[in-house]
Design a protein around this ligand. Structure first.
Ligand code: NAP
Length: 344
C-alpha cells in the first residue's frame, strides 16, 4: 500500500527537521508519495496569503498531512496559520504525548502521559479585537461549547480505552470561569459515566501545573481546553527533556495533520542545530494513525536507542548545552536511519 501525504516544510528550522523526519519515515519501508505544499511566512511574502487554498485542498483530498512549524507574528500581523489549519479542517483533537527517554540529562525517567487538547475553540477561537482605536484595551473571548467539550472528552476516553490507559484527568478553571470552564467540567463528568472501567478525576489548572512538576508519574491521559492544553504540554516537554522530544497530531473525524509541538525556533534557522526527534516522533504517530504499527514502533525504538547511547544527540540533550560533542540535525537523522536498518 502506498500513501499520498501532504507535506508542508514550514518556517525557521522547519525545512531541516522535516527533511530529517522524511528520511527516517522512508527508512521504515512504508511507501509514501509526498505532495509538497506551502504555508507560512515565506509563502505570505510571495502570494499575499500565509495559507493558500491549494494547500488546504491538498490536505482535504489526501486526508493526511505532515508539517513543520510555522511562524506567527507576535502581537501583530496575520492570524496563526496553525490555528487556521486546525479550525478549517476541523482537527478538534490535539494529541500531545510526553514520555521519558533514558539518557536525557535532568529529566524525569518515568513519565508516560498524553495531553489531549481541544484544538478549535476556547481562547483560540479567533474572537479577538481592540475595544478602541487607540488600542488601549483588548478583548479575547473564551468560547467553550457543549458540542466541542463532548467530542474532545469522548476522544480522550476512546483514546484511553483503545490504548489500554487507566485514567483520564480533566483540567479546568471552573472555580473562576464558571460558565466556560464550568461547562467543560460538567460535560467531562457526564461523558466519564459511559466509561466505568476508566478512572476519572479533575484538577484546577494551576494546581495541575504544580502536580505535574512534582508527581508527573501519577498522570495518564489529560484532557484540557485549548490554552490550558497548550501551556501544560510545553510544561510536560520540559519534564522529559525539552521541546526537541515532543510530537503531536491534530486529529479530526476524517483528516489528521502531524507536527512537532514546538515552533519554528527562528534563531536556529539554517544552522543544522535543532533536534529533529519531535518531528521524527510525529512521523511515528502518523504511521500509527495510518495503521502502520510496526513501522511506528521501529521509529520509537530507534529514537530511544540513539538517545540512550548519547553519541548522536543535539545540544539540547547534553548536560552542558555548549558541549562540543553535540551533533547536528541531519547527523541525528543519519543515526536513527542506521538504527532502524539494524532492527530485525
Ligand atoms: P519555539 O519555536 O518552540 O522555540 C522555543 C525554544 O524551544 C527554542 O528557543 C529552543 O530552546 C527550544 N526548541 C524548540 N524547538 C526545538 C528543537 N527542535 N530542538 C531543540 N530545541 C528546540 O517557540 P517560540 O520561540 O516561542 O516561537 C517561535 C515561532 O514559532 C513563533 O512564531 C510561534 O508562533 C511559532 N510556533 C509555531 C508552532 C507550530 O507551528 N505548531 C508551535 C509553537 C510556536 P533554547 O533556546 O533553550 O535552545
Amino acid at each position: 500500500m502506498s500513501y499520498k501525504i501532504t507535506l508542508i516544510e514550514g518556517d525557521g528550522i522547519g525545512p531541516s527537521i522535516v527533511q530529517a523526519a522524511v528520511r527516517v519515515i522512508e527508512a521504515t519501508g512504508v511507501k509514501i508519495q509526498w505532495e509538497k505544499q506551502y504555508a507560512g511566512e515565506d509563502v505570505m511574502d510571495k502570494t499575499g496569503t500565509p495559507l493558500p487554498e491549494e494547500t488546504l485542498d491538498s490536505i482535504k483530498k489526501n486526508k493526511i498531512g505532515f508539517k513543520g512549524p510555522l511562524t506567527t507574528p507576535i502581537g501583530k500581523g496575520f492570524r496563526s496559520v496553525n490555528v487556521q489549519i486546525r479550525q478549517r479542517l476541523k482537527l478538534f483533537a490535539n494529541l500531545r504525548p510526553a514520555f521519558s527517554f533514558k539518557g536525557v540529562p535532568g529529566a524525569y525517567d518515568d513519565i508516560d502521559l498524553v495531553i489531549i487538547r481541544e484544538n478549535t475553540e476556547g481562547l483560540y477561537c479567533g474572537v479577538d479585537y481592540w475595544v478602541d482605536e487607540d488600542q488601549t484595551a483588548g478583548i479575547s473571548q473564551n468560547i467553550i461549547t457543549r458540542k466541542g467539550s463532548e467530542r474532545i472528552v469522548r476522544f480522550a476516553f476512546e483514546y484511553a480505552k483503545n490504548k489500554g490507559r487507566k485514567k483520564v484527568t480533566a483540567v479546568h478553571k471552573a472555580n473562576i470561569l464558571k460558565c466556560s470552564s464550568g461547562l467543560f467540567l460538567r460535560v467531562a463528568g457526564e461523558i466519564a459515566k459511559d466509561y466505568p472501567n476508566i478512572q476519572f478525576e479533575d484538577r484546577i489548572v494551576d494546581n495541575m501545573a504544580m502536580q505535574l512538576v512534582k508527581r508527573p508519574q501519577e498522570y495518564d491521559v489529560i484532557v484540557a481546553t485549548n490554552l490550558f492544553g497548550d501551556i501544560l504540554s510545553d510544561l510536560c516537554a520540559g519534564l522529559v527533556g525539552g521541546l526537541g522530544l515532543t510530537p503531536s497530531g491534530n486529529i479530526g473525524d476524517s483528516i489528521a495533520v502531524f507536527e512537532p509541538v514546538h515552533g519554528s525556533a527562528p534563531k536556529y534557522k539554517g544552522q543544522n542545530k535543532a533536534n529533529p526527534c519531535a518531528t521524527i516522533l510525529s512521523g511515528a504517530l502518523m504511521l500509527d494513525y495510518l495503521g502502520e504499527k510496526e513501522a511506528s514502533k521501529k521509529i520509537f525504538q530507534a529514537v530511544a536507542s540513539v538517545i540512550k547511547k548519547g553519541k548522536a544527540v543535539t545540544y539540547d540533550l547534553k548536560q552542558d548545552r555548549n558541549d562540543s560533542s553535540a551533533v547536528g540535525t541531519q547527523e541525528v537523522a543519519d543515526a536513527i536511519v542506521k538504527e532502524i536498518r539494524s532492527i530485525k
